[in-house]
Design a protein around this ligand. Sequence first.
Ligand code: MN
Length: 489
Amino acid sequence: MVARPLGLPALNPGAPRQVTIIGHNSQIVPTVGFFVGGGIPVRVYTANQELEDQLAPYPGVHTSVIPAEYGARPADLPEPPYFVGVEDMAVAERIESWLPPTTARFLIRPDHRRQATAPRGFLTLLPPQADNRQQVLRRLAALKRVDTLMDLARGKRQPLILMYSDPDPDAVGAALGLATIWKAAGTVPLIRYTGEVQRYQNKLLLTYLKYPIEQLHDDELDQADLVAVVDAQPGFWRDQPPRAHVIIDHHPRREDTSAPYVDLRESYGSTSTIITEYLVEADIPLNRQLATALIYGIVTDTDNLKRNASSADIRAFDLLHERADRNFLARLEKSQVPMSMLDYIAWGISHRVVYGDMVLIHFGRVPTVDICVQVADLVLLTCGITWVVCAAVHDDRLIAVFRGDGHRQNVGKRASLAFSKIGSAGGHHSMGRAEIPLEGASVEQSIEILVTNLFRRMSPARRARFMRILKGHLMSPPPMDPDGFELTS
Ligand SMILES: [Mn+2]
């Protein structure tokens, strides 16, 4: 905020130094009040003598009475903008005829908020009432949900917020946001995950947040008297899905999902967006750490608002970005590649097979599938390449990570067509993945499975050449020291 010199009115940068209002209808006084409230001087020309007296108490308003037919331009008419407040369109047009050429002419009439557009030559001043109503209704719906959530938490001894597996930033943001709502209801929840945090950035985020977010301990689930699952649904846990009282998520609804409180929004790009709406509409203070966690959840789940982002996600981003710690976000954005991954990247790039506009890489056995994701994202940046498949063997499965430009390719469909008969496969336009159980098959055989299914329509001779090249690559020295991959922090 820039301090302004004492004694000067508060002005938005670019706000007019003065506005001019012409006419005598019922909208003149409220419009004058609207601008005076913002510290903007107002010039009024009216045919109604009484208006002059009515407006006298307002500071910064200068009123002149002019002839009733509004037939001629007043000699001292100031610069635009002009607000015309008359009911008779013939009079409005007469006024318009002597206004200087400008687009800044508004028609102010009692019915203007119901009209989508103003008559020719004029603009409307305020958004249509329907827009305002929609905003109010959205707020009321959010407040009802926040009340329900708070009622559930009041008087609870030990609420627990649960995230599935290796929690991603969206789960973390949503969990921290829900914890903040429950703290406002007078109880401090535990935030727990059931897997292990893998990515360096996510570890960095948890360290930054300071709220204790840990792996679920043995008896915590039994001891909790209120359980929420965020950014997931209980059915995600294959063995012993937790009984949840609260489910907040944006993944497609599972048939077995039910709880006293369920808020599922498939059209939203992130769960953090749902929680941001709760917090903002209920005026619950968001500190910098929470705003940072929420916005990071939104941008990671929507690939910086480029993938599956709804207008709700964009609105939430807008509300959060002023409050978030942008320096920390920039650091997170850069810290994507662990040191130990550089050797895999180098190996992958020098052992790529290019086929038309695609690149195929098979890494052999890898300590983590993240290698395929990182390298596929990177190689897709190559000019002329529209899709990339990075494959590897991990845990007796062949994993193939697909990345495409999403424009000429639908790699999710490609993954599904190639592999869904022998494993699980699918994805979106720009991202896909296939996992095929190898049942003890060798790495060499995994190459055959990969090439045969990926290029079903290719001639056998060309497929054989493809396999030979990939197998040859695996003969060369592997990326060094997979043991050194373990992150230590
Ligand atoms: Mn999510």
